[in-house]
Design a protein around this ligand. Structure first.
Ligand code: ZN
Length: 301
């Protein structure tokens, strides 16, 4: 019956309750009875409910004992439907949307053919979904290319020579780390010295939390393991934004070569959302309000 009073006000703003209103003492009891039909409609882009029917108001004056009644016909009365405008967002989740520029780098052979990046679309979609929960939006740039057959497959990832090779590949784009974008290098495969694939859980991040942070991921994660590995890149981007490993959420660690990487849960915690940091993580311009929607409790380490 919440609608009764505004409805009556709209139908008949000042109903004649009594012919003897000589005081302002509230000594009347009201009984509302309504028989109305509501129809939901769109009026000028605004959702409204149109009511038609009858309202009966009966008033008992407890001093005089007089009973007054008024019958109100409701015709085409519109009540606007108030839509959720986001103000239901709990205070500790309200924030301004932030953006981070990401630069995909694909590796081609020495002749500029056979580009890597078969995992790109899957990794990209998963990363967008996960970090939108923390109100982070990625500005994915058009891919750039490194033409070097040697970098297509990284060997010896569990040895210094493999990591040195990764670093050399990293230096192929924005060596000084000042292009205000985080590079994500897509290699075809990352192997251990014994030939096992899926080294480092098919993803690795350097200098997490820093402006010059870089990420390397392996197409093999998706080519061999999809969809279990779809969040490897989202996990590495979590490191880029300064997060450490944490079991239970997307920052669950690793994988064990030659097995496919851990299927990182599609989840982030409020604590993780609040902890994100990187000098390149900037407030969106123009400013956009956002409600964080974390779906994970912070767990162990
Ligand atoms: Zn990790």
């Amino acid at each position: 019956m919440d609608g009764a009073y505004p409805l009556a006000d709209l139908a008949i703003p000042d109903p004649p309750l009594s012919d003897d209103d000589s005081d302002t003492f509230n000594n009347e009891r009201e009984l509302w009875q309504m028989l109305v039909n509501g129809t939901v409609a769109q009026v000028q882009g605004q959702q409204v409910v149109e009511f038609d029917g009858d309202l009966m108001l009966t008033v008992l004056n407890s001093i005089s004992g007089r009973v007054s009644a008024v019958d109100i016909t409701v015709e085409n009365v519109e009540l606007k439907v108030i839509e959720d405008d986001g103000s239901s967002c709990p205070k500790n989740r309200q924030c301004k949307k932030r953006v981070l520029c990401l630069q995909p780098v694909f590796i081609r052979d020495d002749n500029g053919m056979n580009a890597s990046g078969s995992s790109f679309a899957v990794f990209q979609a998963a990363a967008n979904d996960v970090w939108a929960r923390c109100c982070v939006e990625f500005e994915w740039q058009a891919p750039v290319f490194v033409d070097s057959t040697a970098f297509q497959i990284i060997e010896n990832m569990d040895q210094e020579s493999g990591l040195a090779e990764l670093a050399m590949l990293g230096d192929e784009v924005d060596q000084d780390g000042d292009n205000d974008c985080i590079e994500i290098f897509f290699v075809e495969q990352m192997n251990k010295a014994n030939g096992d694939a899926h080294a480092s859980g098919d993803g690795i991040c350097r200098s997490g939390g820093a402006k010059h942070s870089k990420v390397w991921v392996s197409d093999a994660a998706i080519d061999d393991c999809d969809p279990d590995a779809s969040r490897v890149c989202a996990h590495e981007i979590g490191h880029v934004m300064g997060l450490k490993h944490e079991s239970g959420c997307v920052m669950t660690p690793g994988g064990n070569p030659p097995n496919c990487p851990t299927n990182n849960p599609d989840m982030v915690s409020l604590e993780q959302c609040k902890a994100l940091r990187n000098p390149l993580l900037k407030e969106k311009d123009p400013v956009e309000d956002c409600c964080k929607t974390p779906n994970c409790e912070s767990g162990g380490s």
